[in-house]
Design a protein around this ligand. Structure first.
Ligand code: PLP
Length: 462
């Protein structure tokens, strides 16, 4: 399997090369040159597999021999061994043919664990074989950071720097990052918002001359292809549990950087019978405005109860736009260059294709809290605010559909208790393995939103 860049200015790369980078050198994102396809026969065979067995079947064509099958199986088994639920990703019914896919049973209580537990181990395996040490650098709106630290901290082959927006993540999120021990672990609180952090990381990737000789940066954000690949698995898993062979399933996905829902889009194009894909956003609704009105334009950032989706520009959307432009890298490059300074739209034909694929909704904080209270009253199930946005979007967009609807439950409610108490409910307890989180010692360095301050700090630590 070869991977190509969405900007067309970079030779084809193999899985290992793509795993060890992030952004392509031409500024684009890597995508598979050809998407593997599966058939109804595969789905029938896969129905009886465990989660990790299914994961192996789905990712093997992407890994394409870079890691032997038995080693890959071991990595997957270890990655999901600490999940607190035997089904790894259980389904719970919350309404008429309406289900939550609970993706928060991993060690850091958000869906990011599904990919980052594996990514950390894939990196460790490959780096051990290459006798190489790398620098992991990532920006987080809250959940990627802790999941990346948890997935990578045991590796002897990495130093890991995580940038989060100072005072804009929840206390639980911050502590989950800043209390991780290890002299290869560095938390940087940047005086800015998440997009500022993302911009700093992008700039550091573009000029890595500040690193010691022989080191390179590796991305743990969802621009890293391996993360997307791992997220395809649970769409297939959920669909099989809900009878994918008899009826199509729709998914509503709380969306920030468009990584999670892009994995659903890929699952569909690989052969999974998916009906609708719903892009669920909070007030930061650039994708909703594009899908609903064919207007693609940046707006102002509004902090919300669902901070992991407080994002102005969704980095993975470029991967979808690449397909929308029929993989014409030049046309995409022109579109992206104009983006930011003007309001963009696509042709009528392209817009029809978007509407054939996606629905969308934007849900404000007040409605988010209402949904949390309603679902709790009706079912006893406590939703985290991101998941509540997904439930509301599903109810708005899929009301006419008789097919099963799955909302991705992307985080555990204890991670975002501000929304729960605002909904008039008791703040939920953290699971046992995090019960002393509030007493653990924190380590964090506050830095200005300035590239040279960040790279100078990194240089000192390396
Ligand atoms: C990261 C995150 C999202 C958004 O996922 P994307 O892949 O960035 O679209 C939604 N909910 C939670 C809880 C998250 O941590």
């Amino acid at each position: 399997m070869e991977y190509i860049s969405t900007r067309g200015g970079c030779p084809e790369q193999n899985f290992e090369q793509v795993l060890l980078t992030g952004l392509a050198p031409d500024g684009g994102l890597f995508v598979p040159k050809d998407l593997p396809k599966f058939t109804v026969g595969h789905l029938q065979k896969w129905q009886s597999l465990s989660y990790t067995e299914l994961a192996l079947e789905i990712i093997e064509p992407f890994v394409d021999g870079a890691i032997p099958s038995n080693e890959l199986k071991k990595i997957l088994d270890e990655s999901y061994a600490d999940f607190a639920h035997p089904d790894i990703a259980p389904l719970t019914e919350i309404g008429e043919r309406e289900y939550l896919l609970e993706l928060f049973h991993g060690p850091t209580l958000a869906f990011k664990d599904f990919a980052l537990q594996v990514l950390g181990r894939l990196l460790d395996y490959v780096l051990e074989r290459r006798k190489q040490r790398v620098v992991i650098m990532g920006a987080t709106s809250g959940d990627t950071g802790s999941a990346a630290l948890e997935g990578c901290r045991h590796s002897d082959h990495v130093d890991i720097f995580i940038l989060h927006p100072h005072q804009r993540v929840s206390e639980v999120q911050r502590r989950q990052m800043t209390t991780v021990p290890g002299d290869n672990v560095f938390n940087l609180a940047i005086e800015g918002n998440f997009d500022d952090c993302q911009r700093l990381v992008k700039a550091a990737f573009a000029d890595q001359s500040f690193l010691p000789e022989g080191r390179q940066l590796v991305a743990v954000n969802s621009i890293n292809w391996a993360r997307i690949m791992m997220q395809i698995v649970y769409y297939v898993w959920a669909s099989l549990r809900l009878g994918a062979l008899e009826s199509k399933v729709s998914f509503s996905v709380p969306t920030g950087n468009f990584g999670d829902i892009y994995a659903g889009y890929l699952a569909k194009h690989m052969g999974l019978p998916i009906d609708r894909l719903v892009v669920a956003t909070n007030k930061n609704d650039i994708l909703h405005r594009f899908i609903a009105h064919n207007e693609y334009a940046v707006s102002e950032l509004s902090p919300t109860f669902s901070p992991s989706m407080d994002i102005l520009v969704s980095s993975n959307f470029e991967r979808y736009l690449f397909e929308l432009f029929n993989r014409d890298a030049r046309q995409l490059g022109e579109f992206m260059n104009r983006f930011g300074s003007e309001t963009l739209s696509v042709s009528d034909e392209q817009y029809r294709r978007i509407r054939a694929e996606f629905d969308s909704a934007s849900v404000d904080d007040e409605t988010t809290c209402q949904v949390i209270a309603e679902v709790f009253a009706a079912t006893g199930q406590l939703l985290d605010p991101h998941t509540a946005v997904g439930v509301k979007a599903a109810r708005e967009c899929l009301a006419d559909s008789a097919n099963p609807k799955v909302v991705l439950a992307t985080a555990h409610p204890a991670k975002f208790s501000a929304a729960i108490t605002a909904a008039g409910l008791d703040s939920p307890a953290l699971p046992a393995h995090l019960s002393d989180l509030m007493e653990r010692e924190e380590r964090v360095t506050v830095l200005p939103d300035d590239l040279s301050a960040v790279t100078a700090y990194m240089q000192e630590q390396l």
